[in-house]
Write a protein that binds this ligand. Structure first.
Ligand SMILES: [Zn+2]
Length: 245
């Protein structure tokens, strides 16, 4: 493999006009990951194959692939969204203590949903999901896309039902992230490190953020309403009932 520096490698068979710009794609993808995780803890190599043969020989599946430590990108996967998706998987694995632990501790829908959200892949927006799932009516429950084999079966051998799995997962993680934000995700990672079960930590962190938001809103509402609590701001008690004329 030919090094472009910064942990970026290209297939030696790749012509120069194809690998120019790849470092920029990786930089952009790293920035997307940093938006969700804050500073990144993993520094994976990103390897770009020039041909499908190279990609398959190295064990790649789909458009991009990661083994939890490094990233491999197919000839069709040379874009921000695909690189960011795989970098997100590596970052999560690095935070949790390796791919094995991710597979043990987390439902598939969370790992993939967070990767799709981080990737900002346009093909998984709400509109595409609504169309593919009949406004959600045909979407699986999260419990049905938690196990790896269920996930693969529902995605389909050629990814023909990706909206059902990747799309549904993105939607749920986007909903949760909108409530808890970067801090909540960091809390979740800490909780997993300290062996709190995923389902408990996921629900607890959302509840805490909702409660905190409700409290903030309560304080704001109370202070806004305060002036209206005095019904007669210009009529001191002592003058009530007395007419001056
Ligand atoms: Zn993925």
């Amino acid at each position: 493999m030919r090094s472009l520096g910064g942990g970026v490698y290209v297939d030696p068979a790749m012509p120069a006009e194809q690998f120019q710009g790849l470092k920029r794609v990786v930089e952009g993808a790293r920035r997307r990951v940093a938006l969700f995780y804050g500073a990144t803890s993993a520094s994976p190599n990103v390897v770009f194959c020039a041909s499908q043969d190279c990609y398959c020989d190295l064990g790649g599946i789909g458009l991009g692939f990661s083994d939890g430590a490094h990233v491999l990108i197919s000839p069709q996967g040379r874009r921000h969204a695909i690189v960011a998706h795989e970098l997100a998987h590596v970052e999560l694995a690095s935070r949790i203590g390796g791919l094995e632990r991710v597979l043990d501790l987390l439902p598939q829908w969370f790992d993939e949903g967070l990767a799709v959200l981080t990737s900002m892949a346009r093909e998984f927006d709400d509109e595409a999901w609504s169309e593919a799932t009949g406004e959600g009516a045909a979407a699986p429950a999260l419990s049905e896309i938690a196990a790896m084999n269920d996930w693969s079966r529902r995605t389909g051998p050629n990814g023909e039902h990706m909206q059902m799995t990747y799309g549904t997962a993105r939607r749920e993680v986007a909903r949760w992230f909108a409530v808890v934000g970067v801090d909540g995700l960091a809390d979740l990672l800490t909780a997993l490190e300290t062996r709190e079960p995923f389902a408990e930590a996921y629900a607890r962190i959302e509840r805490e953020h909702l409660n905190a938001a409700a409290q903030r809103n309560g304080v704001a509402t109370a202070s806004e309403e305060q002036p209206r609590q005095d019904p007669r701001p210009f009529a001191p008690e002592s003058l009530r009932g007395r007419a001056a004329w």
